[in-house]
Design a protein around this ligand. Structure first.
Ligand SMILES: Nc1ncnc2c1ncn2[C@@H]1O[C@H](COP(=O)(O)OP(=O)(O)O)[C@@H](O)[C@H]1O
Ligand SMILES: Cc1cn([C@H]2C[C@H](O)[C@@H](COP(=O)(O)OP(=O)(O)O)O2)c(=O)[nH]c1=O
Length: 209
């Protein structure tokens, strides 16, 4: 069986975590070996970089470089070996998050991000590794803010004002527009069951489920 790479995106509170585990179970029930992972993170080194990026003050270039440094290690240590074995990789966030948060949210130069993307995602198997499908939980920033109010201790990103998340959401929309074949947009402002049905149906249409 050939490997499959799925990423999950959306602003904080959009509902990714709620549905990734259910999807892992659905895939396992179909006989697939599933690697559940996340960015920034997924390896011991990348988890250290995550702790820095989420908690320590830094300028936008440092932030972008840490995200891509973590990604490079994650690709080499976890994602590429898993895809080579024929596993399904479910990754909670990938490069679209960098374009949305560092690009849209922080206003960092998108051309620089695109250059880093090409460098970091060039691997022996392919000149530009990208997810096969990106499930995008599209949720208005105001709804996400309501969901997260008081729910968890906010990190450097979650403590940003709503306007930041409006820019992040715009960053995702631009990435989706540029690569509509890869993006599966799910309207996340619906009851959990309906969101899950839309995820399932979208992935079935793409032959993933
Ligand atoms: N469809 C939904 N409707 C209402 N609340 C939801 C829905 N999906 C998730 N939630 C709740 O919203 C919060 C954020 O969801 P979560 O899955 O952690 O988002 P993310 O991983 O994208 O940040 C959680 O408290 C979760 O229980
Ligand atoms: C992958 C990535 C995440 N982030 C941010 C988005 C999130 O606020 C944060 C961590 O993501 P996430 O794992 O979704 O957080 P949580 O543990 O709260 O579910 O990192 C970036 O800013 N750039 C990136 O490239």
């Amino acid at each position: 069986m050939s490997g499959l790479f799925l990423s999950f995106e959306g602003i904080d509170g959009a509902g990714k975590s709620t549905h990734i585990e259910a999807l892992a179970q659905a895939l396992r029930a179909r006989g697939r070996t599933v690697v559940l992972t996340r960015e920034p993170g997924g390896t011991p080194l990348a988890e250290k970089l995550r702790a820095l990026a989420l908690n320590d003050p830094m300028d936008p270039l440092t932030e972008a470089l840490l995200m891509f440094a973590a990604r490079r290690d994650h690709l080499q240590q976890v994602i590429e070996p898993a895809l080579a074995r024929g596993d399904v990789v479910l990754c909670d966030r990938f490069t679209d998050a960098t374009f949305a948060y560092q690009g849209g949210g922080r206003g960092f130069d998108l051309d620089v991000l695109a250059t880093l993307e090409r460098w970091v995602q060039s691997v022996p198997a392919t000149p530009l590794r990208q997810p096969d499908v990106t499930v995008w939980f599209d949720l208005p920033a105001a709804v996400a803010a309501q969901r997260l109010a008081g729910a968890r201790v906010p990190d450097r990103f979650e403590s940003q004002p709503q306007a930041f998340f409006e820019r992040v959401a715009g960053g995702y929309a631009a990435r989706a527009k540029a690569d509509p074949g890869r993006f599966l947009r799910v309207a996340a402002d619906q009851p959990r069951d309906q969101v899950w049905q839309d995820v399932e149906e979208g992935l079935r249409k793409r032959g993933v489920l």
